[in-house]
Design a protein around this ligand. Structure first.
Ligand code: FAD
Ligand code: DHB
Length: 391
């Protein structure tokens, strides 16, 4: 099999790249190791930055998002039993975010790709990227029990943190920057209307909690738990009781309970692989970088990468100039590091570490009070949350 751009992975990065290339008249083949149902139901991100919303619309993938997504103009910070609302449009010149789940973005992009785009093979596992530094890179893959090769002009490694693309970089070229955190998130989905109409990020001495949502009738909630926790260690009642404690305010606010339909634990990690390009292989999304989830940057970063890559590939095809492809890694990494900084700041602002001293707790409180009392500090948060400009 042959194509211009071989795309490994049908997460948000791979699917959107295939869509953008299709719109630019560039053919691609997407290889995805899992089946369609798995990709469409894997619970992950929920918040789309303004720029991501604009890109999905421009790619013709925004119709259901505009009907069913929930525009959010702010978030609430909760600490010391107090609440502080951050007003995004007022602080950023009109920007907002959209609550529309990653599962739904993937469903929309898969449906479009199967209807209008090039081949998208499920249960096709990439085994290795070969010849990335030559003229004709190949992806070795296994599909329906048979091994085969996809011959490409370019390969896009969109196969997430655990994929194979990164391994095709020579050790002498790769630099990894990494940090792990001594806590994780226990996430639940519950069939109950959200208890607040905007997201609530709560810092409590017992740990962080986040109230989010998937729709007007489905809540998504997260609790900080020790790294290595098993979701089954927590009963449903224990989860609700702990969420109530951490969200408690002095003004009688109540958390609504409902049946929990899904429970899982997400580890927290910061990770950047530099560079993001080796020869004709380009990494995009989680394959190149991970942020801890606080602040919802992961999916949005993946979108930024593939917009930059699609633009560079289109430019090369139209003008013959590799200039934008040559700049790909540096262009993406500037935005990636801003998101790394913001996600780290949000994480360390809101999560008490297991070995935190009383001094650390006071510092978190002072940082939160700074955001709540200084327009400059609040604007910094609002600008980063609603998103940095795309490359
Ligand atoms: P992935 O979504 O990981 O997709 C990679 C794909 O490649 C997968 O489908 C995988 O099956 C496939 N694959 C892997 N190996 C191979 C192989 N060898 N061959 C073929 N296919 C392969 N981000 C936000 O922006 N906002 C949020 O609110 C947010 N919340 C999050 C909450 C949680 C609990 C978690 C876990 C993450 C959250 N994120 C959030 C992060 C976001 O989900 C990821 O950054 C995003 O999924 C990255 O997309 P991707 O396409 O790069 O990678
Ligand atoms: C969600 C996840 C996040 O990491 C975040 O900061 C906000 C919302 C979510 O899954 O809804």
């Amino acid at each position: 099999m042959r194509t211009t751009v071989g795309i490994i992975g049908a997460g948000p990065a791979g699917l959107l790249l295939a869509r953008l290339l299709h719109r630019a008249g560039i053919d691609s083949v997407v290889l995805e190791s899992r089946d369609r149902a798995y990709v469409e139901h894997r619970q992950r991100a929920g918040i789309l930055e303004q720029g991501t919303v604009d890109v999905l619309r421009a790619a013709g993938a925004g119709e259901r998002m505009d009907r069913e997504g929930l525009r959010h103009d702010g978030i609430e910070l909760r600490f010391g039993r107090r609440r502080h609302r951050v007003d995004f449009p007022g602080l950023t010149g009109g920007r907002s975010v959209m609550v529309y789940a990653q599962t739904e973005v993937c469903k929309d992009l898969i449906a479009l790709q199967l209807k209008e785009g090039g081949p998208l093979l499920f249960e096709a596992e990439a085994l290795a990227v070969l010849g990335a530094d030559g003229d004709r890179p190949r992806v070795r893959f296994r599909h329906q029990g048979r091994e085969d090769e996809l011959e490409c002009v370019y390969v896009a490694g969109c196969d997430g943190f655990w994929g194979v693309s990164r391994r095709a970089f020579p050790a002498a070229l790769s630099r990894v920057f990494e940090r792990t955190y001594p806590y994780a998130w226990l996430g639940i989905l519950a069939d109950v209307a959200p208890s607040h109409d905007e997201l609530v990020y709560a810092r409590h001495d017992r740990g962080f909690a986040l109230l989010s949502m998937r729709s007007p009738s489905v809540s998504r909630l997260y609790l900080q738990v020790p790294a290595g926790t098993d979701a089954q260690d927590w009963t449903d009642d224990e989860i609700w009781a702990e969420l109530e404690r951490r969200f408690e305010t002095g003004d009688g606010w109540r958390l609504k309970r409902g049946p929990i339909t899904q429970k899982s634990v997400t580890p927290m990690r910061s990770f950047v692989h530099e560079p993001m390009r080796h020869g004709r292989l380009f990494l995009a999304g989680d394959a190149a970088h991970i942020v801890p989830p606080t602040g919802a940057k992961g999916l949005n970063l993946a979108v930024g990468d593939v917009v930059t890559l699609a633009r560079a590939l289109t430019h090369e095809q139209e003008s013959g100039s590799p200039e934008l492809l040559d700049a790909y890694s540096a262009t993406c990494l500037r935005r990636v590091w801003q998101a790394e900084r913001f996600s780290y700041d949000m994480t360390t602002l809101l999560h008490p570490a297991p070995d935190a001293t009383p001094f650390d707790a006071r510092l978190q409180q002072a940082r939160l009070e700074r955001v709540a009392s200084s327009r400059a500090a609040e604007t910094d948060l609002a600008e980063a949350y609603t998103g940095f400009p795309l490359g």
